[in-house]
Design a protein around this ligand. Structure first.
Ligand SMILES: *Cc1c(COP(=O)(O)O)cnc(C)c1O
Length: 324
């Protein structure tokens, strides 16, 4: 029911801006398509561990997963401040960029994406699609990107609302706390997710129950600052909850992939009919399977794995790499 209340309150904000067309969009955000699928992995059965998957990937083929959750309170905040231009950051394959572009298109915001790196001769699928959603792209050097430099064209215009890379920040976390509303969360002993900026994980920790452990599988080699960034999003009480960042399964760093990972993803699809992406969720499922095999989870554990979507990123792989 929270969804309905939320949709109505967001509609109210938007209707105040007389954006009637938003009705249909908000209806598409009712998340009816999300399911919790129990999967039967041989390794898990052997260790008497249960595994279920929260299918946020089913929300939408492109704008899927945690991104709507993380964006919605920023968009509501922008609308309530009468800002009509969303500015955000991301790499050339960023799921956050594409989700922001699509949300902007649907909710009648102008959008600008500040993209890491020089403009390539051939745009990625992600950026081509972002352009189709009428996002304006600005390519910046890695140095400027790191310093979150905003191009003059944007700073010069009024009405812009800046969202951090990956939706990092309090309002992103607030949206992510609602992810667990889509399952019977009390039945799980462990909640596992992929970590980019740690915004989703912070939301999951906030929403977790005292006996649950939240496990975040990190995707970058260097995670010194990541832990700090995660802690920054939590209150002192939340910091003492049970959670853990696991850094053993990055396969050489963000968006790098190895044959072993691809083979795993194909096998996982054969076993479960669940598609995964090679940047986040493939590594997540690989890591959890590996942790099960290494007896991390005591018998009778009931693990919930968040499938955070991101399947559009697989378009960067050569054709026929994946069987799905
Ligand atoms: C963005 C993304 C993540 C990471 O979420 P954070 O909140 O940035 O940690 C995980 N999985 C997928 C598929 C994503 O697109």
């Amino acid at each position: 029911m929270t969804n309905v209340v939320e949709v109505v309150s967001m509609l109210w904000i938007f209707l105040n801006r007389s954006e009637i067309k938003l009705i249909s969009i908000m209806q598409s955000l009712l998340f009816d398509s999300i399911t919790v699928d129990e999967v039967y992995l041989p390794a898990a059965t052997e260790k008497r561990v249960r595994v279920s998957v929260l299918r946020l990937d089913k929300i939408h083929p492109v704008i899927s997963g945690n991104k709507w959750f993380k964006l919605k309170y920023y968009l509501a905040d922008a609308a309530s401040q009468h800002k009509d231009h969303i500015v955000t950051f991301g790499g050339p394959w960023s799921n956050h960029i594409i989700a922001t572009a699509a949300a902007g298109k649907q909710f009648a915001f102008k959008t600008s994406g500040i993209i890491r790196g020089e403009q390539p001769q051939k745009l990625s699928h992600t950026l081509l699609l972002a352009k189709e959603y009428e996002m304006q792209l600005f390519f910046t050097s890695r140095h400027d990107y790191l310093h979150k430099k905003i191009p003059k064209e944007i700073t010069g215009s009024s009405g812009s609302y800046v969202i951090n890379e990956g939706g990092y920040g309090e309002l992103g976390v607030k949206g992510a706390t609602e992810i667990l509303d889509h399952c019977k969360k009390e039945s799980f002993s462990h909640i596992a997710c992929a970590v980019g900026t740690s915004t989703m994980m912070a939301g999951l920790i906030k929403a977790s129950l005292p006996y649950q452990e939240t496990i975040g599988i990190t995707m970058v080699k260097d995670e010194v600052s990541l832990k700090e960034e995660l802690l920054d999003l939590l209150s002192p009480e939340e910091r003492s909850k049970k959670f853990k960042l696991v850094n053993d399964h990055h396969f050489g760093g963000y968006a790098k992939h190895k044959e072993e990972l691809i083979n795993f993803m194909n096998q996982f699809y054969k076993d479960t009919s669940i598609p995964t992406d090679f940047v986040y969720t493939g590594k997540l499922f690989f890591a959890i399977t590996d942790m099960i095999a290494r007896n991390y989870f005591p018998p009778d554990s009931n693990i919930l794995i968040i499938h955070s979507g991101g399947l559009q990123g697989n378009l960067s792989l050569p054709k026929r790499t994946l069987i799905f």
